[in-house]
Design a protein around this ligand. Structure first.
Ligand code: ADP
Ligand code: ZN
Length: 527
């Protein structure tokens, strides 16, 4: 029989002050901890930085036995264990990066009751089941629980195997935690992890000190530079979609005299670790990264998070921007996005892996993200409403509150775009991307225009009332509103069913006036 570990702390509050040196619980922490200490299940929805870790770490110390933490963040396990060791907590991990000898050592210490917290990679659970049977388990914590949601934005198949926890160890309390949970994701967590009896704790997802700003992409680099220069010498994160643009952007920022470092999964592990450690330890480092960077990173004084490309979902956007301002001081979440982002993301979904259902889920995620980008409402209200929190008034600390966007009746420009698409398709059997469509509307006699004889189209040159950037803004907003769609491998534009009402004059289209626009169309020819 396993030897039980003696409880390391007698009460949650004692553990909080003796081990962590804090004197009070925050928000729901005390109630969550009491629930788990008493042997009950809990589902915890709390924003990044809200203090989720203590919710399972403290019950693991107070209850007899070892707290087993299932976490997908294998790369961080080592650091997490070391951080706990500094506090005097006996922690260890089991994952695929260890040698057999290291694993055996951890297994022995587990069986002799010398481990308070064991971090376990989800794919190791089945292999470790016999071991866990023989050990004394205080609780199971399922970190990043949204990974179990197949409709979610970060699904990990290994997480489905976690349903065995309840079947195999019905008496061990479970606590599932996540920082990103819409109503739908929450329901999936409950179903897939069999948490029907769990108490659910929902903290507000509002991060009042973060100022949200979403701006059309005109010239991304000078725009980014303006943001960075508004926080001289401060730390920030710049997210890019591709590894190549991470490297280009980091290099360019370095050339501008900023301490910018690249981070993406394609870099050698050593360089990644070195860059991450400089970001954490030095002041004023700007990390230019793919979204591979940031999960589990606890740096309180990140002053800005910039997105140079459109995130794939509101959940992702919220999670990434949530890395700003954990210390509660004023911070900025800034996103620049343009027509090309919309086209590219739609294409990535169409060309990507996964069945029709998966693609539909991805499209819905993108639609919600686009709605947030194009809204004329308070960004924070829209963001919180997405996570099921409504009722608060406009926040006064986002771009739409600070300088309300003006909208205009864009029905006529929308009709011009749509009838150009329609004519090309009906009269010529052709489809084109946004660039060529805008050239037609502006009446540009480009080589392609002449080659395709599009100068003869009746819509050639009918759009000189707007400039190039404005037309691209119109097309982008029509895409975002579901009135146009992107098709095929070249990203050509097509009408949606809803477009018929606009063309027929039965539906008005309201569009935002772009705040940053260039008014100098190249070589526009008046008709
Ligand atoms: P999450 O996992 O929800 O993102 P963490 O557990 O990493 O958040 O906690 C965020 C920060 O807040 C950490 O630095 C943590 O030590 C601190 N913290 C958590 N709970 C408290 C508390 N009750 N009092 C003071 N600081 C706390
Ligand atoms: Zn607002």
């Amino acid at each position: 029989a396993p030897r039980a570990a003696p409880p390391t702390a007698s009460s949650p509050l004692e553990a909080l002050s003796a081990v962590w040196g804090y004197d009070a619980f925050r928000g729901d922490q005390a109630e969550i901890i009491d629930t788990v200490v008493a042997g009950g299940d809990a589902l915890v929805l709390m924003p990044t930085g809200g203090g989720k870790s203590l919710c399972y770490q403290i019950p693991a110390l107070v209850r007899e036995g070892t707290g087993v933490v299932i976490s997908p963040l294998i790369a961080l396990m080592h650091d997490q264990v070391e951080a706990l060791a500094l506090l005097g907590v006996r922690a260890a991990f089991l994952n695929s990066t260890q040698s057999a000898a290291e694993r055996r050592d951890t297994e022995e210490r587990l069986l002799t009751g010398e481990i308070d917290l064991l971090y376990l990679a989800p794919e190791r659970l089945t292999a470790a089941a016999g071991l866990l049977d023989a050990a004394r388990i205080a609780l199971f914590a399922i970190d990043e629980a949204h990974c179990v949601a197949q409709w979610g934005h970060d699904f990990r198949p290994d997480y489905l195997g976690l349903s065995m926890l309840h079947e195999r160890w019905p008496d061990v309390p479970r606590i599932a935690l996540t920082a990103t949970a819409t109503e739908a994701t929450r329901a999936e967590i409950v179903t897939n992890l069999d948490l029907g009896d769990a108490r659910v704790f929902v903290s507000s997802f509002d991060r009042p000190n973060i100022q949200y700003r979403i701006t059309p992409k005109a010239q991304a680099r000078p725009q980014l530079l303006r943001l960075i220069e508004s926080y001289p010498g401060e730390a920030g994160i710049v997210y890019c979609l591709s590894r190549a643009s991470v490297e280009r952007t980091a290099e360019w920022l370095a050339g501008q005299g900023h301490a910018a470092l690249p981070y993406h999964a394609g870099l050698p592990a050593q360089q990644r670790a070195a860059n991450q450690s400089r970001f954490l330890r030095e002041e004023g480092v700007i990390m230019v990264a793919t979204i591979a960077f940031g999960m589990g990173i606890d740096k309180p004084d990140v002053r800005f998070v910039a997105h140079l490309d459109l995130p794939k979902s509101v959940e992702g956007y919220y999670q990434e921007t949530g890395r700003a301002g954990r210390d509660g001081l004023p911070s900025t979440a800034w996103l620049a996005y343009g027509l090309q982002d919309v086209v590219q993301q739609r294409r990535m979904i169409a060309d990507g892996e996964g069945d029709a259902q998966r693609k539909r889920a991805q499209s819905l995620h993108l639609d919600a993200m686009l709605a947030l980008c194009e809204t004329v409402r308070c960004r924070r209200q829209q963001l919180l409403a997405y996570f099921g929190e409504s009722g608060a008034g406009p926040c006064g600390n986002c771009d739409t509150c600070l300088s309300p966007p003006k909208s205009f009746d864009g029905t006529v420009p929308a009709q011009k775009v749509m009838s150009t698409i329609l004519r090309l398709q009906r009269e010529r059997g052709q489809q084109f991307g946004a660039g060529h469509l805008v050239d037609i509307l502006l009446g540009r006699e480009t080589e392609r225009m002449v080659k395709f004889r599009h100068t003869e189209l009746s819509t050639f040159g009918i759009g000189t009332e707007l400039g190039d950037a404005e037309w691209r803004g119109v097309v982008r907003q029509l895409l975002a509103q579901g009135l146009l769609q992107v098709q095929g491998e070249y990203g050509v534009l097509a009408l949606t069913e809803a477009a018929a009402d606009v063309l027929g004059g039965r539906r008005e289209v309201m569009l935002r006036i772009e705040p940053e626009r260039s008014r100098a169309p190249r070589a526009a020819k008046a008709k």
